[in-house]
Design a protein around this ligand. Sequence first.
Ligand SMILES: [Zn+2]
Length: 185
Amino acid sequence: MKHLKKDFVAWVIVVLFVMMVFTIYHQMNQNRYEYIENKDDDSYEQLHPIVSEKMEELLDKATKQNIHVVITETVRTMEKQEELYAQGRSSEGNIITYAQAGESYHNYGLAIDFAIENSQGDVIWDTSYDGNNNGKSDWLEVADIAKELGFEWGGDWPNFKDFPHLQMSFGLSIEELKKGKRPLK
Ligand SMILES: [Zn+2]
């Protein structure tokens, strides 16, 4: 009898443990993503609160290193993306993006672009500028801070390098975002 009771207790523990693991796994998956209904309507897209919070931290940290970061772009509508994609193709100018509407993390409020304000107050895109005179490029210092905060930097991309670009994918691909999947807020 004593032996049976022990076996029973052991089984209960095993079953409870397995149930707990399943529940936690399920919750984790549930909590990471949500599906949105009107995936073709981008008018409501806002900068994701975590991206927004990390952007503020980036500005603070850069300021402490005497670098004045300027955010030049956050959320970009599908219409704006089409216009940018047309530039250098069906309209004048240089090609500035390889992403069509819906193919940029900007379209989902998950990306920002930055530039630097120099000591004269001009906004510059000079990646070698060293305004704080510490022997390091300010631009690369900003990229390093951003990466520490969890951003992916477009300057690290192997092909088309997008130096002003910072994004957070939350593990979601563009394909998943297009289908209406969104990181939870
Ligand atoms: Zn960008």
